[in-house]
Design a protein around this ligand. Structure first.
Ligand SMILES: Nc1nc2c(c(=O)[nH]1)N[C@H]1C(S)=C(S)[C@@H](COP(=O)(O)O)O[C@H]1N2
Ligand SMILES: [Mo]
Length: 555
């Protein structure tokens, strides 16, 4: 009868060996760093959105439930994308450590793990709406580099380089002298392991240093390449037309922010304008390649180049406040800009838009779909295709080269950025992206007001001080803003001059603060008499409502 003993475990050898698993974990991390570095380099050649980190992040955004998205926007505000990239990297790091540990025991499994990682990258990069096959290259290159790096880094650590024989039970010889021979063999092998320990470490750290170098050079080089392909420089070459219908110059003193510290400026600078979209990397469209395609329920749909749009005789310039449906009461997801573009209605009519269409399904370069009501596009004054923002071509993150703007509708049902296609259709026929996710089909902006200053819970000297903020009711205009301090009567605030019904108005109320805590509340009324509702609603599914209230401290 033969009994069997387990083979000596090469990972946990007997004796005074220092454990190898921390080095194996490090090997996994370094291999991942090399893989990501190489991926960035190839992405530099193929296009930034093909980077596996970006592609996986994009894929996550497209698939997470609304509640998680809302949580991310709430928690990280506009850093939500940074948070996602950091989160993706943390998951990759944890997976890399695991692969290092698994690989130490079983190379084949380790290699398989790296290939799986590459496959996820390939899948994410090639299933994006605008994907082309070269988008798979960064992930493929990353997988190859990852395998090479992992094997090279694990080699000095020993372990089961050849999984074929390792781990299999060795029959225990029946003759005692054979058994002694086997034991002796094991001792010699273990001694050899110990003797080579220092040497192996040196080789490990040398290999590790090479890995860090490779990762730094490829990653850094990739970043540089990616920057070189930026469209930002092309944007500078776009020459904006002079509007045939310019916006009136702002009257002197129109911007009350000049007199009140902490009040939101009347016009939001492009760099300060809130940004909400699902694109980790904003689509880069070369002006010469741009086409706007009309499709669906038109009698004679055509397509437009950027030059076609810029060259139209009916260019308008308008001040409009854009608002996000995700804005919380008192939130900052609203901004005002001077937009330059062509009015939508004549363009739609020229192409023979059919009366049966009630939805314009707008598609962006990155595959996003935004469904705007056809009636609003035709009837809301100043609904436009915008190509200019505050005197510049649209910034890349705000939709360069062309986006839609419809005053009075939240961005998710009107403001499609990187707009490449307008399909005249019906709401019955198709659901746009956010509607599939159960946001309201219609998104009229609710009457809203916000207190900017004094800031919540930041102590200021008691005495006279301005309470101030902004209020908006696009298409109707703000007629009145009232402020209540503690349980006192509502008092009407002074408003900034009315510029256009589509722009917010600043409001200011000087107040004598007694020392202590005070609760300030604001409510606005539109020019057609709708008082901002006190009824609280959260942003999902049709926009937040309720009065903005802050507790302040006068010292
Ligand atoms: N292509 C595209 N367009 C988009 C979005 C998007 O995710 N993708 N988000 C919309 C939403 S929800 C809003 S509020 C506005 C925000 O525009 P901004 O980023 O220029 O402020 O863009 C809209 N247009
Ligand atoms: Mo939005």
């Amino acid at each position: 009868m033969t009994t069997t003993l387990p083979a000596p475990d090469p990972v946990a050898p007997a004796g005074r060996h220092r454990p190898q698993w921390p080095l194996a974990a490090l090997a996994g991390l370094l291999a991942a760093t090399v893989a990501l570095g190489v991926a960035e380099l190839v992405a530099g050649l193929v296009g930034p959105a093909s980077s596996p980190v970006i592609a996986v992040g994009d894929a996550v955004i497209a698939r997470v439930p609304e509640s998680v998205k809302a949580f991310a926007i709430r928690t990280f505000a506009e850093d939500d994308k940074v948070a996602l990239v950091v989160g993706t990297l943390l998951v990759v790091a944890a997976y890399a450590v695991l692969l290092g540990l698994v690989g130490l025991r079983n190379r084949r499994l380790g290699v398989l793990g790296v290939l799986l990682f590459g496959a996820v990258g390939v899948l994410a990069a090639t299933t994006r709406p605008a994907a082309e096959w070269p988008d798979a290259l960064p992930s493929l290159a990353a997988a190859v580099a990852g395998v090479v790096a992992l094997l090279a880094l694990l080699a000095p650590l020993g372990g089961t380089g050849d999984p074929a024989g390792a781990g299999e039970p060795v029959p225990v010889p029946e003759r005692p002298e054979d058994r002694r021979l086997l034991d002796r063999l094991r001792e010699v092998l273990a001694a050899g392991d110990r003797a080579s320990d220092g040497l192996d470490r040196r080789r490990f750290f040398l290999t590790g240093a090479v890995a860090v170098g490779v990762a730094a050079v490829t990653g850094g080089g990739g970043r540089l390449l990616q920057r070189r392909t930026e469209v930002a420089s092309l944007r500078d070459g776009v020459e904006l037309p002079v509007p045939s219908s310019p916006a009136a110059a702002l009257p002197p003193g129109a911007d009350l922010a000049a007199e009140v510290d902490g009040l939101t400026p009347l016009v939001t600078r492009n760099g300060d304008f809130y940004r909400i979209d699902t694109a980790l990397i904003a689509p880069r469209i070369r002006p010469a390649d741009y086409r706007l395609e009309l499709a669906g329920m038109f009698d004679s749909p055509r397509s437009y180049t950027l030059a076609d749009l810029l060259g139209r005789p009916d260019v308008i310039e308008r001040d409009i406040t854009l608002t996000c449906v995700s804005n919380e009461v008192g939130g900052a997801l609203a901004g005002s800009a001077r937009w330059l573009g062509v009015p939508l209605a004549p363009l739609l009519r020229e192409n023979g838009i059919r009366p049966g269409s009630d939805q314009l399904l707008c598609r962006s370069e990155d595959g996003m779909t935004i469904g705007a009501p056809t009636r609003s596009a035709l009837e809301v004054e100043d609904a436009m295709l915008a190509f200019g923002m505050n005197g510049e071509p649209l910034p890349v993150v705000h939709g360069f080269p062309v986006r839609m703007i419809i005053p009075g509708l939240y961005g998710y049902v009107s403001a499609c950025k990187w707009l490449t296609r307008i399909e005249a259709t019906t709401f019955d026929a198709v659901d746009a992206f956010w509607i599939e996710r159960d946001w309201a089909v219609e998104g009229p902006i609710k009457v809203a007001s916000r207190i900017d200053t004094p800031e919540m819970l930041r102590e200021f000297p008691a005495g006279r001080r301005a309470i101030a903020g902004v209020a908006w009711a696009q298409t109707r205009g703000i007629g009145k803003v009232e402020v209540r301090v503690d349980e006192e009567e509502w008092v009407e605030a002074r408003l900034s001059p009315a510029i256009d019904a589509d722009v917010w108005r600043q409001w200011v109320l000087p107040y004598d603060f007694s020392p202590g805590r005070h609760v300030l509340t604001v409510r606005a009324t539109s020019t057609d008499g709708e008082v901002q509702t006190e009824q609280r609603a959260s942003p999902f599914p049709a926009g937040s409502s309720g009065w903005h209230s802050v507790e302040v401290i006068a010292g």
